[in-house]
Unconditional design. Structure first.
Length: 291
C-alpha cells in the first residue's frame, strides 16, 4: 500500500474517532446572555436560559383587590433588588386571583422604579429536580435573580420537593445570596390534604410521616394568601381594566355584563374579570396592550 493511501486511511480514522468523541461528550455548555432579556425560562435539557423578549404580564396598576399582599411582595422584591436581606415567598390561595400576574408585574415595576437590573427566571414544575444545576449557573452570574415557579405542588411519592428544600435553605452550600425563590400554589402546604392524612394514617409515627413534606412550606419566609374576591372587588377590577384600555361602555351596562359573565363562569376572580375584558375589547374592536 502506498504511503499516500496510508495517510488517507489514518486521517479518515482520526476524523471518525473525533466525531465519536464529540457525540460522547455531548453538546458544549450553553452560553447564557443576561443582556438578551429581563425574563428567562430554564431549559434543563441543555442547561440553557431561554430569553423571553416579550413576557406575558400586565402593569402593576391593573392588579386590583390584593393591595396588602401586593405591597408586601413589592417591598420584599425591592429590598432584594437593592442588595438587602429578603425572604423567599409562597403566594397561595384561590385560583385566578392574580398570584403569578403579581409576581411578574412586581418584577417589572421594581426594575423600572429602582433602576436595578433584576432578572426573573421561570422554572417549570416538572423541572424542579434540576434546581441544583440551575443554581450553579446563577450563583456565578453576577446578577440579582428571582427564580419563579408557577402552580407548584407535589403529588404522592414525588421526591422532587427534596431538591427544592435544599435550594431554599438546606444543604451545606444553601441558597446563593444573589438568588430568591418565589412560587405560587393553590395549596398552602403544597400537598393535597387527603394525601397528608393518608400518610399520617399509614405511618408508624404519624406525626413524623408528613413533617418532611409539610416543612417545605416553612422554607418560605413569607406566605401571602389570596382569597376569592367579593362583588365590589370584582367590579373594581372591571372598572380598572375598562378605564385603562378606554373601553367605551356605559358603567351600568358594563357592570351588568361583567356580573352575568361571572355567573356563567361559576365565580368571580381576577382571571374571570380579564376574560370578560378580552371579550368586550374584541366586540368593541379595541386592541389590548397589557403593559
Amino acid at each position: 500500500m502506498m504511503s499516500e493511501d496510508i495517510n488517507t486511511l489514518i486521517l479518515t480514522e482520526i476524523r471518525r474517532l473525533a466525531t465519536a468523541l464529540e457525540r460522547l461528550a455531548g453538546p458544549p455548555p450553553a452560553v447564557n446572555d443576561w443582556e438578551a432579556a429581563d425574563c428567562f425560562v430554564w431549559v434543563p435539557a441543555n442547561q440553557r436560559l431561554q430569553p423571553v423578549p416579550r413576557p406575558n404580564r400586565v402593569a402593576l396598576t391593573l392588579i386590583r383587590g390584593v393591595d396588602h399582599v401586593r405591597d408586601i411582595l413589592h417591598e420584599n422584591t425591592l429590598r432584594f433588588a437593592e442588595g438587602f436581606a429578603a425572604n423567599n415567598v409562597l403566594l397561595w390561595g384561590a385560583r385566578g386571583m392574580g398570584k403569578s400576574s403579581l409576581v411578574k408585574a412586581v418584577h417589572a415595576d421594581v426594575r423600572a422604579s429602582s433602576g436595578t437590573p433584576l432578572k426573573l427566571v421561570e422554572v417549570h414544575r416538572e423541572d424542579i429536580a434540576s434546581l441544583p444545576g440551575l443554581l450553579d449557573i446563577l450563583k456565578s452570574s453576577g446578577q440579582r435573580i428571582i427564580v419563579f415557579c408557577d402552580d407548584l405542588s407535589f403529588d404522592h411519592d414525588d421526591t422532587a420537593y427534596k431538591s427544592l428544600k435544599a435550594a431554599l435553605d438546606g444543604g451545606i452550600e444553601g441558597r446563593p445570596d444573589n438568588v430568591l425563590f418565589y412560587a405560587t400554589s393553590n395549596r398552602r402546604h403544597l400537598l393535597p390534604r387527603h394525601m397528608m392524612e393518608n400518610e399520617q394514617s399509614t405511618a408508624i409515627n404519624p406525626s413524623e410521616a408528613v413533617e418532611e413534606k409539610v416543612s417545605l412550606s416553612d422554607r418560605f419566609g413569607l406566605w401571602l394568601g389570596f382569597h376569592k374576591c367579593n362583588q365590589h372587588d370584582y367590579l373594581t377590577m372591571i372598572d380598572g381594566y375598562a378605564d385603562h384600555f378606554q373601553l367605551d361602555l356605559a358603567r351600568q351596562r358594563l357592570h351588568h355584563e361583567a356580573l352575568e359573565w361571572a355567573t356563567t363562569r361559576g365565580g368571580r376572580s381576577g382571571r374571570v374579570a380579564w376574560q370578560y375584558i378580552q371579550d368586550l375589547a374584541g366586540r368593541l374592536r379595541k386592541p389590548l396592550n397589557r403593559e
